[in-house]
Every structure is written in C-alpha cells, then in structure tokens.
Design a protein around this ligand. Structure first.
Ligand code: ATP
Ligand code: MG
Length: 316
C-alpha cells in the first residue's frame, strides 16, 4: 500500500453489475459505506469496464456513495488508471470461470503498488471447494473426481449419503444430494459429472446440517470478525440464505477455534485476508475467498459492525 496515507484512500471495488446487487444485504456495500463515511474515495468497477491499453491498466469506473439503507449512488464517471488507487477490493462473485481467471491475472499486474484484496494469486490457488483439501484433518470424507465409477464406488465403500458439488459455483447452485439408498444414483452422478467430463466434489452428507445448518465464520486477516448459523428452509438440504435459509446468532465452539487456528497460517501465506468459512458439525466444507458475505447479516442479527474492522484493516 502506498505510504501511510491514512486520509482519503482511493479504493476500487470490482463487483458484479449494480442492478444485480441486493444492496440491503450486501457485504460489499457495507464496507463501501463505512469507508465512504470515513472520507475515503470509493469507486465501483465492473470487470467488463477494465482494459489494458498503451501500457496502462484502465477502468471506466463510477465514483459512488453507497449504503445499506440507500443503495449505490453514482457521483461521477471517470476513466481511472487503476494504479492511482491505493486498494482494489475484488468482490466479483463466482462462477469461477475462465473470465474470472483472467480477471485475477489482470489485477495481479497492479501488485505490489496497489494492495489487491484478496490476493489474485491466492484467489486462483484457493478454489473455494478444493482448498479445503489442504486441511484433511478438518473435512468430512470427500472424493474429488470426474469419473462416475469412482464416485459410486466411494459411496458403496463408505455406505454414506453424499452431497455432490460443482467446483466453480456459489449459493448452493448445482448442488445435489445423493442418499445411500437412492434408486437413480447412476443418473445423478452422470448428470453432475456431465458423463465423466466435469470434476466434482462428492462429500459425506453430514446429517446435522438439516437441523443445525452450517455456520458461516468471517475471518479478517486470520481473525474472527463474526459468525452466524444458517438453517435450511423446510424441504431444502442447502442452508444458503439465497435459498430461503434462516440466519441465527452463533458462537464458536472450541473445536471451531482450533480449526481456525490451524488453517490461519496458510490463509495468510496465500494472501487470503477476507474469507468466509462454511462449517457443518465442526467440519470444514468450504472456504469462500472470492466474495464472502455475511456482514449485513451480522449487523442485522447482532447490531455489531464488523465492517469497521475491515476498513481499519484497509487503513492499516
Ligand atoms: N458435507 C456436507 N454435509 C451437509 N451439508 C452440506 C455439506 N456440504 C454442503 N452442505 C450444505 O449445502 C450448502 C451449500 O454448500 P457449499 O457451502 O459447499 O457451497 P455453496 O453454498 O454453493 O457455496 P457459497 O457458500 O459460496 O455460496 C451448505 O451451506 C450446507 O448447508
Ligand atoms: Mg457455502
């Protein structure tokens, strides 16, 4: 980050189109609001408006004022040299496709002059589903494969219900449940792997999820800034809020604290400063690094303001 310019940072938020954002419940908006209140200059940037030309990384950006109550208001439109920013906060949502990969490679050009959070290299390295494989002691029985035969064999050997997940999505998209006794297993696995041509994660379905849901734990610079439980709605096995799940206040268990302590060094080494862990029954099921959410929910549930810690971190 440039010098110690505590006053008036210039912060660019790379995000999905404004019209797709439910601003009242948006974590990026909460951070933009806090940073804006402290006098920092906030730019909203869509990936499609970033371009490299004549040796410079430029973006057609909107200077904005944003708030959870009032939404995002464009103050002016500018062609920005992204190097003129102090911080780029990449908050683009998955799918993690080729375009996303290129986005990380393009933002990486700004380093080390501009602080890019999360580190483009870290975001590439930490596929949100696969990254948990680096912490085998904390995950449920899991197989990653594109081979339907291997996945079916894994289930037969373990005699367990499986949850099948694509590796590039979010919000519960494309996830399927495969009970041990299901009759159409072959069809489901075939569909999920696209007949053996797509890698998926197949994992033991932890039954506690249906009653207690999962816990979203938000970490900033390796430290917990908030956690809440998400209970699936009736008739749904995924607890994602976008699928009707309910958020409830939560405290961390001793086991979860140990889990966090054990993964912290690697997260920080990989430049993953703002992440959301998903934990079911004390087991790590996902590490969200692209655009973790939860701050707006914590404000609503607890009246606390974790976004102040995020902006403190950006200032520091
Ligand atoms: N092994 C598991 N056992 C029980 N439930 C699970 C398991 N894995 C996932 N789930 C349920 O499915 C939901 C979605 O899974 P996961 O968090 O892995 O992907 P995602 O929600 O699509 O990703 P994101 O959090 O980025 O939106 C979880 O919130 C949880 O309720
Ligand atoms: Mg999740």
């Amino acid at each position: 980050m440039k010098n110690n310019r505590k006053h008036r940072l210039r912060i660019g938020f790379v995000m999905d189109p404004i019209r797709k954002i439910l601003y009242r419940e948006d974590t990026s908006v909460s951070i933009m609001e806090e940073a804006g209140n402290r006098g920092h200059r906030i730019y909203y940037i869509e990936p499609k408006n970033i371009f490299f030309k004549a040796g410079r990384l430029l973006a057609l950006a909107n200077r904005v004022r944003a708030g959870l109550k009032n939404g995002i208001h464009v103050l002016s439109e500018e062609t920005l040299d992204l190097r003129s920013l102090d911080i780029v906060f990449n908050r683009k949502d998955p799918p993690f496709d080729l375009s996303y990969l290129y986005l990380t490679q393009i933002l990486e050009l700004l380093e080390p002059d501009v602080f890019v959070i999360n580190s483009p290299r870290g975001v590439r390295k930490a596929n949100e589903k696969l990254y948990i494989l680096s912490f085998p002691q904390w995950i449920p029985p899991t197989i990653v494969s594109n081979n339907p035969v291997q996945i079916a064999r894994f289930q037969r050997e373990k005699k367990i219900d499986l949850i099948l997940k694509p590796l590039d999505q979010k919000g519960g998209t494309g996830i399927a449940l495969l009970p041990y006794g299901a009759s159409d297993k072959k069809r489901t696995i075939g569909k999920m792997t696209r007949r053996g041509s797509r890698w998926i994660m197949a994992q033991k379905y932890l039954a506690q999820n249906s009653t207690h849901g999962d816990k979203r734990i938000l970490l900033l610079n390796g430290k917990v800034i908030g956690a809440f439980q998400r209970i699936p709605k009736k008739g749904e096995f995924r607890s994602n809020l976008s699928l009707g799940g309910t958020a409830l206040p939560a405290r961390l268990t001793q086991r979860e604290k140990r889990l966090i302590a054990s993964i912290r060094p690697k997260l920080l080494k990989d430049g993953l400063y703002f992440v959301g862990l998903d934990v079911v029954a004390g087991y790590l099921i996902e590490i969200n690094v692209t655009s973790p959410a939860g701050i707006a929910e914590l404000i609503e549930l607890e009246g606390r303001h974790p976004e102040t810690s995020v902006v403190n971190f950006l200032e520091a």
